[in-house]
Ligand binder design. Sequence first.
Ligand SMILES: *Cc1c(COP(=O)(O)O)cnc(C)c1O
Length: 371
Amino acid sequence: MNVPLLDLKAQYATIKDEIDAAVAAVFESQYFILGPAVESCEKAVAAYCGSDHAVGVSSGTDALLICLMAEGIGHGDEVITSPYTFFATGGSIARTGAVPVFVDICPTTYNLCPNKIEEKITGKTRAIMPVHLYGQCAHMDPILELAAKHNLLVIEDAAQAIGASYRGRRAGSMGDYGCFSFFPSKNLGGAGDGGMVTTSDPNKAERLRDFRNHGMNPKYFHHSIGGNFRLDALQAAVVEVKLRHLDAWSEARKKNADRYRALFTDRKLGDKVSLPEEKEDRHIYNQFVIRVPQRDKLVAYLKQEGIGCEIYYPVPLHLQECFAYLGYKPGDLPNSEQAADETLALPIYPELTDAQAEAVVETVAEFLEKI
Ligand SMILES: *Cc1c(COP(=O)(O)O)cnc(C)c1O
């Protein structure tokens, strides 16, 4: 049986009429840049995320970048973040001229380890950028306490975590800023690139709105050097339609995770496979990531058998070639390095069927029983 890692065609089939109507309405209006569709989407996302304001931007990457730019973070500054994430997290910090300072992750959650942060705080540190990886929130309370104690900003990279919660609060509503991505493979994906920043500070929201439009306010008067980081109306229209389905999709992902747990337990693979840690807090399973022995051979076997899987991420940021100038060596952040060597993501998308989930576990079991 072929099981893709993600099946966006299956999803589109269930909402085609709504999407097509929303896209047609934008064409009828011929209002493509910002405007009413973007404002309406911003209101809906802010409410969903439990923030007072949301500012639509051109991508998740630009969401991170614009927060740093709006705070004037750059040369001479340091920003603490996780090395075990998509490149954009560290890349956006470095692009401002600031130094990304990588702190290791917890081996069970794959998120920034709060106990290791304080020793990395210096007089140059301006912000902490925790990542809510795979759809599970980082352990935010100690991070927020440290930030308050040292007067640092908290910029949440919530690109994989829209709708996830931590002790009753939603991802993106806990720090000064929450950054979201509408890349099509995210849980709330557009029909191209897009992103959003949430904040409950009206001054920060206003600054972001200026910065996404060349620091311009009023028209042709530039008080800051921003950029073109605007969200397209077409993307906003698609995202707003899909937001209405997001909770149902997140529930389906959770059901798939529960089914995987039951299937792995039935096959008595508990000692060979580490499954994602379960907590009270809402996990939205952007990815279902397991840790296994002989990971690379298992990946090759799954691909040969038609089972989609992916390694997120094979090289932690502190060991990326482009960050060699930062001077990290292998062994510096061992939990991240081990996770990069031992984990893989299995299909968890909402439309995954029972038979497909069984085929995935069966194929993993076949491999593991042989080694
Ligand atoms: C996807 C992602 C981003 C970047 O989002 P884009 O919309 O692709 O620019 C940033 N951080 C994390 C953790 C992501 O998963």
